[in-house]
Design a protein around this ligand. Structure first.
Ligand code: SF4
Ligand code: SF4
Ligand code: FES
Length: 328
């Protein structure tokens, strides 16, 4: 029988008990680890071999319940899915295991996830439909219509996207990628009757889709690869299709690409700032603009070149423009 290869690794593990500790501590555990072991095996072994009071969440061990999410060297990880050997390849042999959010730690890896769940509840995370209690036939949904829901249904509510999102860190009122992906899931369901109501909720400035900075961290963090930012983009599109896009700086910033591309075939950064923030916005950004200009990152309006085949680009912009905003 082939011998299982093992290597000695040091795991630096976050330990904290909110009831007794003033500050957290990091404890080192040295373990012989085989290539097949996942992070959850390490958590189990720390508990079983070193300290029975070590706390973490887990249930299914099959990437379904979403409860075992932690961070390893700052990377969002589903403990029962991610192999230690793969993490060693990325980070080397010293691995730090921490809860998803240090500020919300209750005990070791266990955190208070109530803000995450509260945001879920805010987006009406259920289907609103009139149900015929005694239907004569099945309520069939065509596959191409069901496909619109996409993979949004596969979310396991692990929170990896939420706790990796810089907008959530900067603004706790932001609903976050998981709740918004769920809002998309129900808003794109043909049986649902609360689409407009849900879009009103996610369309709020300060908490909704316009507060996403499109960094793609959520897509990177999601163990189910369901691309929350892609769903947020689809919600943006829905607000235009439903004529619900409001005249605010974020919406104008999204729309401002179109006149610029139509005029030059290229993005004119200065024009985009003027379109979305007006003259006061332009004045506010002058010091940054000067720095960018010196580094060759922006072109002054009078030197803005035109793309080759501009007339073709203009036709494409017209064909692709299905949603209107302020009549444009
Ligand atoms: S893309 Fe948007 S939702 Fe996703 S992590 Fe970045 S800011 Fe958050
Ligand atoms: S979208 Fe992905 S990362 Fe976010 S909670 Fe759902 S499964 Fe987890
Ligand atoms: S234990 Fe259920 S997803 Fe990891």
């Amino acid at each position: 029988m082939e011998e299982i290869k093992k290597r000695k690794l040091t795991f630096k593990v976050f330990r904290f008990n909110r009831e007794t500790d003033y500050l957290p501590a990091y404890i080192n555990y040295e373990l012989e680890v085989s290539d097949s072991e996942v992070v959850l095996d390490i958590l189990n072994r720390i508990k079983w071999e070193y300290d029975g009071s070590f706390s973490y969440r887990r249930s299914c061990r099959h990437g379904i319940c979403g409860s075992c999410a932690v961070k390893v060297n700052g990377k969002a990880t589903l403990a029962c899915k991610d192999r230690v050997s793969d993490l060693v390849e990325i980070f080397g042999e010293e691995l730090t295991i921490e809860p998803q959010d240090l500020k919300r730690a209750i005990k070791d890896m266990v955190i208070d996830k109530s803000p995450f769940w509260n945001n879920y509840n805010l987006v009406k995370p259920f289907l609103e439909a009139t149900i015929d209690e005694a239907p004569q036939k099945e309520n069939l949904v065509k596959p191409e219509v069901a496909e619109k829901i996409d993979d949004a249904d596969y979310c396991i509510q692990c929170g990896n996207c939420y706790y990796s999102c810089p907008s959530v860190q900067a603004n706790p009122s932001y609903l976050g990628p998981a709740a918004l992906a769920l809002a998309y899931r129900f808003s794109s369901d043909v049986r649902d009757g609360a689409k407009k109501e849900r879009l009103e909720i996610v369309n709020e400035m300060g908490s909704g889709i316009w507060d996403c900075v499109k960094c793609y961290e959520c897509a990177e963090a999601c163990p189910k690869e369901l691309d929350p930012i892609g769903k947020i983009t689809k919600l943006h599109q829905m607000t235009f299709q439903e004529d619900m896009a409001k005249d605010n700086v974020a919406v104008r910033h999204a729309v401002g690409f179109k006149p610029s591309i139509k005029k030059h075939g290229l993005l004119d950064e200065g024009e985009l700032v003027k379109y979305s923030e007006g003259i006061p916005g332009v004045l506010k950004h002058v010091p940054t603009a000067i720095k960018m200009f010196r580094k060759g990152k922006i072109i002054p309006p009078w030197k803005m070149p035109k793309s080759r085949n501009l007339s073709e680009i203009q036709k494409l912009v017209d064909i692709a423009s299905t949603a209107k905003f302020k009549g444009k």
